[in-house]
Design a protein around this ligand. Structure first.
Ligand code: E4P
Length: 216
C-alpha cells in the first residue's frame, strides 16, 4: 500500500519524507488555505520535496473551467495529479483529461455508485472520504471495501485512495480492505510509529547494554 501525506504544510512534508515511506501528497483548497501562502509557491515546493504523485485540486465547477485549470496544473510537473470533485461536470472533465493523458484523482466520493461512475470516466484515483462518513454515523470504511470489490469485479485500473483518515485504526483497516493508497494527515503518520512497548523495550536494551563489560 502506498502512503501519501494529506497536507500542504511543506515543513511537515519535508520532515516526514525523510522517513523514506512517503510515496506522494494530497492537498485540497482547505489545506492550502491554512498555510496562508500562494498556492503555486506551495505546489512548487511540494513537487520538489516528494518525487511521487502530488494531487492538486481545481476550484472551477464547470467542465471547461476544470479542464483549463487541470491543463495548467499538469504543466507544472510530470508528477501532478489533478483533483476533480465528483460532480457531473467533474465526470465530463475526467473523461476528457484521461483522453489527453492527464492523471486525475476524483475527490469527495461518498458512495460506491459515485466511485463506479468515476472509474468509467477514467479516473486515475478515487478518493472515498472515510472520516467524514464516520462523522455522520456511517461506517466510512465499508465504502472503501465496496469500491475495492467493485473495481476488482470489473478490472478497473482506478486506484482506491482512502482519504479523510483520522486514526491509525483507519490506516490498518484501509490496508485490510485492499486500498491501494492511504493519505494521512502528518499527525496520524507520526502516531503510526508509536508504541509504548517499543519505547520501554529500547530503554531496557540500552540500560542492559551499559552492564556489558567493556573489556575481557
Ligand atoms: C483527501 O484527499 C482530502 O484532502 C482529505 O483526506 C480530507 O480529509 P478531512 O475530511 O479530514 O478534511
Amino acid at each position: 500500500m502506498q502512503i501519501f501525506l494529506d497536507t500542504a504544510d511543506v515543513k511537515d512534508i519535508r520532515e516526514l519524507a525523510a522517513l523514506g515511506v512517503v510515496d506522494g501528497v494530497t492537498t485540497n483548497p482547505s489545506l492550502v488555505a491554512k498555510e496562508g501562502r500562494p498556492f503555486k509557491d506551495i505546489a512548487a515546493e511540494i513537487l520538489q520535496i516528494v518525487d511521487g504523485p502530488i494531487s492538486l485540486e481545481v476550484v472551477s465547477t464547470d467542465a471547461p473551467g476544470m479542464m483549463a485549470e487541470a491543463r495548467e496544473l499538469a504543466k507544472l510537473h510530470k508528477n501532478v495529479v489533478v483533483k476533480i470533485p465528483l460532480i457531473a461536470e467533474g465526470l465530463k472533465a475526467v473523461k476528457q483529461l484521461s483522453a489527453e493523458g492527464i492523471r486525475t484523482n476524483v475527490t469527495l466520493c461518498f458512495s460506491a455508485a459515485q466511485a463506479l461512475l468515476a472509474a468509467k470516466a477514467g479516473a486515475g484515483y478515487i478518493s472515498p472520504f472515510v472520516g467524514r462518513l464516520d462523522d455522520i454515523s456511517h461506517m466510512g470504511m465499508d465504502l472503501v471495501r465496496q469500491i475495492v470489490a467493485i473495481y476488482k469485479n470489473y478490472g478497473y485500473p482506478t486506484r482506491v485512495l482512502a482519504a479523510s483518515l483520522r486514526t491509525p485504526i483507519h490506516f490498518v483497516e484501509a490496508a485490510l480492505a485492499g486500498a491501494h493508497v492511504c493519505t494521512l494527515p502528518p499527525a496520524v503518520l507520526r502516531q503510526l510509529l508509536k508504541h509504548p512497548l517499543t519505547d520501554i523495550g529500547l530503554e531496557r536494551f540500552l540500560a542492559d547494554w551499559k552492564k556489558v563489560p567493556k573489556t575481557g
